[in-house]
Structure formats: C-alpha cells, structure tokens
Write a protein that binds this ligand. Structure first.
Ligand SMILES: CC(C)(COP(=O)(O)OP(=O)(O)OC[C@H]1O[C@@H](n2cnc3c(N)ncnc32)[C@H](O)[C@@H]1OP(=O)(O)O)[C@@H](O)C(=O)NCCC(=O)NCCS
Length: 201
C-alpha cells in the first residue's frame, strides 16, 4: 500500500511505501545516478557512475522491499517527477530488530535546499515510530553538509569510523554514525512490522 502525504512547504507529495514496479525501479536508479554525478556524497558511489553500475545495488534493495525488510519513501513534484527518495531498512537479527537504518537518502540537485529532504526524513521517522522501533540509525560522510542536516532533524553522532570512505577528492573521509532515539520500542516483536503503516505487502 502507499500513502500520499503533504508536508510543510513542499509543493508536491511524499509517497510512503509506493508499489514497486519496473517503472519505479528505473526512476529510482535515474535519480541515484543523477545525484551521484552531480557530486552528492553518501549515496554509495563516486562519479562518474552509470545506470549499469547502480542497477545491481538497486535490485538488491528492491528485493528487500518486496520481502518487507525495507520501505521506500519517495518525493514527487506536481508533475509527478521523482525528485528523491530514501529507504528504511529493517534489521532481521533478533538482537537488533528494534531499530532500522535510513539509507540512500537523496534529492536531485535542482531540488535540494527546498524542504524535500526534510519532508522525506519526517515521513521516515513517522513510519519508524508507528512500527514501534526504538531507534533509527544512518551513516553519513563526516565532511559533508548532511551532518548538519541530520543534526537539525534530531540525529546525534554516536560513532565514527575514521577514514573508511573514499571521497571525490581522492582522500578518505570519516563515516559518521548518527542515531535518533524514538522511545522504548515495541518493534522487537515481528508482528509489529508494518501493521499500522500501510507498508505491508
Ligand atoms: C542531504 C539532502 C538529502 C538534504 O535534502 P534537501 O531537500 O536538500 O534538504 P532540505 O531542503 O529539506 O533542508 C535544508 C538543509 O539541508 C542541507 N542541505 C542543503 N543542500 C544540501 C546539499 N547539497 N547537501 C547536503 N546538505 C544540504 C542544509 O543543511 C540545509 O540547511 P540550511 O537551510 O540551514 O542551510 C540533499 O541535499 C542531498 O541529496 N544531498 C546530496 C546527497 C547527500 O548528501 N545525501 C545524504 C546521504 S547520507
């Protein structure tokens, strides 16, 4: 199931858990390639990157979505163009299934700084809340602007892997682990998964 949500100043819509179709998969790959090639950090690739580089990684993610181990959140403008997306990836490890990752978050360059990223992150946090999760984690490049972005949305740095990520300038940057506490969490029960979020497939 999917849901349309309007957030604050965004003119367009945020779709949570959209149906996974070949068309959507192709759109996700296109924005992933575009944001990488425009210099976006922290989405797993360095420029120049092509559709064929990204496709296998996207296919792995789509499999997780189909298994209900991940949820997608996408942003579209009024013309229904895909502007960006993120994935919430659940843990299936029994000792760690009370928290989830936010991964691959990006907004294509012409739409950055206009509130879309904030809207998608808010939607992701709402889904994690409603699934009864206790924490949300993400990682980001320690030298990118996104550190400030995530801090302003309530994430705190909880760890750092020194110089473990190759960056565009050829140097190795720290990978920063950031976390948001959501509460005690009931999501350790498998049955909590997706029951109230409309993300079940
Ligand atoms: C980081 C990102 C997802 C934020 O989404 P956004 O829609 O641009 O952000 P919003 O408009 O909701 O929020 C604005 C804030 O985002 C941050 N931001 C804006 N442009 C940014 C950019 N190009 N890269 C990183 N952060 C940016 C700023 O902190 C800004 O705060 P300010 O208004 O006080 O300066 C988006 O800019 C992006 O995709 N950047 C490139 C890829 C990337 O860094 N992804 C994160 C992977 S961990």
């Amino acid at each position: 199931m999917s849901a349309r949500v309007k957030y604050g100043k965004s003119r367009g819509e945020i779709f949570t858990c959209p149906p996974v179709t070949p068309e959507l998969q192709s759109e996700l790959i296109q924005t992933w390639v575009a944001v990488t090639n425009s210099g976006g950090a922290g989405v797993g690739f360095l420029p120049p990157v092509s559709v064929s580089d990204v496709s296998p990684v996207a296919a792995d993610l789509m499999e997780k979505v189909m298994r209900n181990d991940a949820h997608l959140i996408v942003a579209r403008n009024e013309e229904q163009e895909l502007l960006g997306w993120l994935a919430i990836v659940r843990n299936r490890d029994h000792t760690q299934n009370h928290w989830a990752w936010v991964k691959r978050m990006h907004v294509i360059a012409p739409y950055q700084g206009k509130g879309w990223g904030s809207a998608m992150l808010s939607a992701a946090i709402e889904i994690c809340h409603s699934e009864g999760l206790a924490q949300v984690y993400l990682t980001t490049d320690g030298q990118s602007k996104s550190l400030k972005f995530y801090s302003s949305h309530g994430f705190s740095e909880v760890g750092r892997m020194p110089r473990n990520t190759l960056s565009m300038d050829g140097t190795f940057h720290d990978e920063v682990y950031m976390m948001m506490e959501l509460g005690p969490g009931s999501g350790t029960l498998k049955t909590a998964m997706s029951a109230s979020t409309g993300c079940e497939r």
